[in-house]
Design a protein around this ligand. Structure first.
Ligand code: HEM
Length: 409
């Protein structure tokens, strides 16, 4: 008698890159609190994900070194790698009270007022980018638009000269070093590249903060440097750590959101037609549906800070949990007809900005950029068509987005 091997979730499975949703559905419906042979729990139902993310005392980030050693071995010297050291210090990976202090200082600088004030600039950058290719009749929409928009917006906010010759390297450095977010063992060469690129970003942002200390400006870099009083202000090292995180989080996920949205509109052309009929009115709801349907950050990790129970399953203190945001976003217990992309407003909330104390600090900026991008593309390029046969998904599991997408109009 043949025995069917037990399924074990592996984020390195390349089939997940092209389409993770069949696997997500299978897990969610048959094994919603799944134990992966990689040594952590995988949760996939909306209610379980929400309860873990909202739980401030039962779940947190826990022991960073131990969490990473899980993928290597108990002697692996995690913090001698600058990319992991950075990750251990970035506030999304920290628990209170350190997380509370840094988040307060960052949100004190990245205010709703500062984000609202960006709207005319985001509109101007969007139109300038579209002007650059509209007469060509075709473009690689990912590199020419989806990436460039949030990169230029983050440059504007942080006061980085968009003509800075180091910028292309810094943008690439984000992709190569943020690989440390992936919950898996990295190869020696991946880790060496991540370390090298993290050092590059460190030096870049150190220089930027030094320049602002000498000559303050009305930008987020200066606001971060000045936030807090002398007792709790961010140290120079914390400033570069935060700036790298904001810069990366600020463009990578947003670029993917816009690209994933354009691909999804092409798969559901009736929704593109609907958006084109009322771009300004429907763009904000379209952003929410894109975030739900094809989230650009597909999961988040937590550690049980005490023995807990999730979906009827006992989780022991110290065990890791991968919350599959992308699976929760398609949970039929919460969303009616979840595999249908429908830009009409939905009553229930997607999980794409996380929840609880780590709720995305840039959610309003991302929403504004997405709404302006979809509104202006629908107004100016209503005939936009993309190559559905060959969307090039980038490698990696956690950040879901395209590296190229041929478009014509
Ligand atoms: C579509 C775009 C975006 C998506 C899908 C997204 C998603 C998320 C998610 C899911 C988290 C929570 C992670 C966790 O709990 O483990 C998060 C946290 C965070 N995001 Fe975003 N994000 C986006 C854009 C941005 C932007 C534009 C910025 C900054 C300008 C930003 C800055 C941050 C920061 C600083 C945190 C950490 C918050 C904390 O730990 O307190 N994000 N984001």
């Amino acid at each position: 008698m043949s025995v069917v091997p037990r399924y074990s979730f592996d984020p390195g499975d390349t089939a997940l890159t092209a389409d993770p949703y069949p696997t997500f559905a299978r897990l969610r419906e048959t094994d919603p609190v799944h134990w992966s042979d990689l040594g952590y729990w995988v949760i996939s139902r909306h209610a379980d994900i929400r309860s873990v993310m909202m739980d401030r005392t039962g779940f947190g980030q826990g022991d960073f070194v131990r969490n990473i050693q899980l993928f290597y071995d108990p002697d692996f010297d995690v913090l001698s790698n600058s990319a992991y050291r950075w990750l251990s210090e970035v506030f999304v990976m920290q628990d209170p009270p350190q997380h509370t202090r840094v988040r307060r200082l960052v949100t004190g600088a990245l205010t709703a007022k500062r984000v609202r004030a960006m709207e005319p600039r985001i509109r101007a950058i969007t139109d300038w980018l579209i002007d650059g290719f509209i007469r060509d009749g075709s473009a690689d929409i990912i590199t020419q638009f989806c990436y460039r928009l949030p990169v230029l917006v983050m440059c504007d906010m942080l006061g980085i000269d968009p003509g800075n010759p180091q910028l292309p390297q810094i943008v690439d450095a984000i992709g190569q070093s943020f690989i440390v977010f992936e919950a898996r063992r990295l190869s020696e060469s991946e880790l060496a590249t991540a370390n090298r690129e993290m050092d590059r970003m460190d030096a870049f942002f150190e220089e930027l903060f030094e320049a602002r200390r000498r000559e303050p400006r009305d930008d987020l870099t200066t606001a971060l440097a000045l936030s807090g009083d002398s007792a709790d202000a961010l140290t120079p090292h914390e400033l570069t750590t935060v700036a790298t995180g904001l810069f990366g989080a600020g463009f990578e996920t947003t670029a993917h959101m816009i690209g994933n949205g354009l691909l999804t509109f092409a798969r559901f052309p009736d929704q593109w037609t609907r958006l084109c009929a009322d771009p300004e009115g429907l763009a904000p709801a379209a952003v929410e549906e894109v975030l739900r349907f094809e989230s650009s950050l597909i999961g988040g990790y937590r550690t049980a800070l005490a023995d807990a129970e999730v979906g009827g399953q006992k989780i022991k203190v110290g065990q890791r949990v991968l919350a599959l945001i992308g699976a929760g976003n398609r949970d039929p217990r919460v969303f009616s007809d979840p595999d249908r992309f429908d830009i009409g407003p939905r009553a229930e909330q997607h999980l794409s900005f996380g929840g609880g104390i780590h709720f995305c600090a840039g959610a309003e900026l991302a929403r504004l950029e997405g709404a302006i991008a979809f509104e202006r593309l629908a107004e100016r390029l209503p005939g936009l068509r993309v190559d559905l046969e060959r969307p090039a998904w980038r490698e990696g599991f956690l950040f879901r987005g395209l590296s190229r997408l041929a478009a014509r109009w």
